[in-house]
Structure formats: C-alpha cells, structure tokens
Design a protein around this ligand. Sequence first.
Ligand SMILES: [Zn+2]
Length: 190
Amino acid sequence: MVDSDIALPGDIIAKEEEYLPGKNTEPYDGNIVATKLGRIVRDDKNLTISVVGSNKKTPIGVGSIVYGKVIKINGKDAIIQLYAINEGGKLHPVDHEAKLMLPVQGKSGYTHIISLGDIVRAKVTSVKPIYVTIFNTDLGVLKTRCLICRNELILKNNVLYCTNCQRIETRKIASDYGNINISGDNCERS
Ligand SMILES: [Zn+2]
C-alpha cells in the first residue's frame, strides 16, 4: 500500500473489496493498481478510486532522469512509455514514448535485460526522437514480475527471486531495486 496520496504506475492503491477501479487504475490480483502517475482520489459515495494526473507539462532534456514502463520489445530495442521526470528531486508527470537500445544478447551478460511491463528508471540520451539508457548503477528496472506467474520479483541474496515458483530471473536492475519508494531516496513524490 502507498502511504502518500501520490501513486506511481504499478502502485497498489486499494483492495478490490474496498473500491471499484476508477480512472487510470486497473484491477490486479485482488488489488487496484495505478496505471498513471498522479494524485489518488477516493470517491466514498460511489466507492470508486481514481488517479488524477496533472496537465502541467515538464520538458525533457538530454540527461533528464525519467521513469517509465516497458510497453514493447523488438529484439534490439524496446519502447518505454515515460510517465514521470525527476526535476530537482521531485517527480513531475510526462507523457512520451522513448526508445531504449538493447545490447546483443550474450555480450551483456544478462539473459533478460528487461521484460514487458517492467517499471524502469532511465536517463535521456537524446530528444527528437527520445532515446534513453538504463546502463548505469542507479538506472534500470525498479519493479518486475515473474515471467511465468507474474508475481512481483523480490531481491534475495542479490538475485531476483519469485517466492511463488522459486524461480530466479535476471534483469538489469537499478541499485535500489525493491525500495518501497521506487522513485529513489533523494526523490520525493510531489
Ligand atoms: Zn513465479
């Protein structure tokens, strides 16, 4: 559960027995999960819970630290749906698609660098079109799910582990993978 009133995509914001999923949310495994960065709005009359984004647009520049979800993988590149930018230690909503170039399998040492639906922290390397990289210690996957059962993977003895099927998987994870605040220590949810 999220303490703050700001939700990031993938955050569990309520149980399905408490509310009906409203705007920018979806039911998942008995919970209601945010699909967008925004403020949590609870409508206790209609028993719905929604996430309302801001319309303020923050420009993206080279070097910007951004957050997004992997929505497509084409072999040598992936498409990341960016939803937030870190500006002065605070997250602001953005809405862009970015491309991430993936190294040739085998050379990188990762079986799977990323998987569909992963939440990543990335750095912008070019704009128009937007390209990002995740190949730095503080960058990479922040949330991922088991490829078999879709359970969220935890970090156990420095490996990604599924407590449901006892599988070990590999991703290029950020150094703070598994932190409750997925936006990072120096980064408040504003
Ligand atoms: Zn599993």
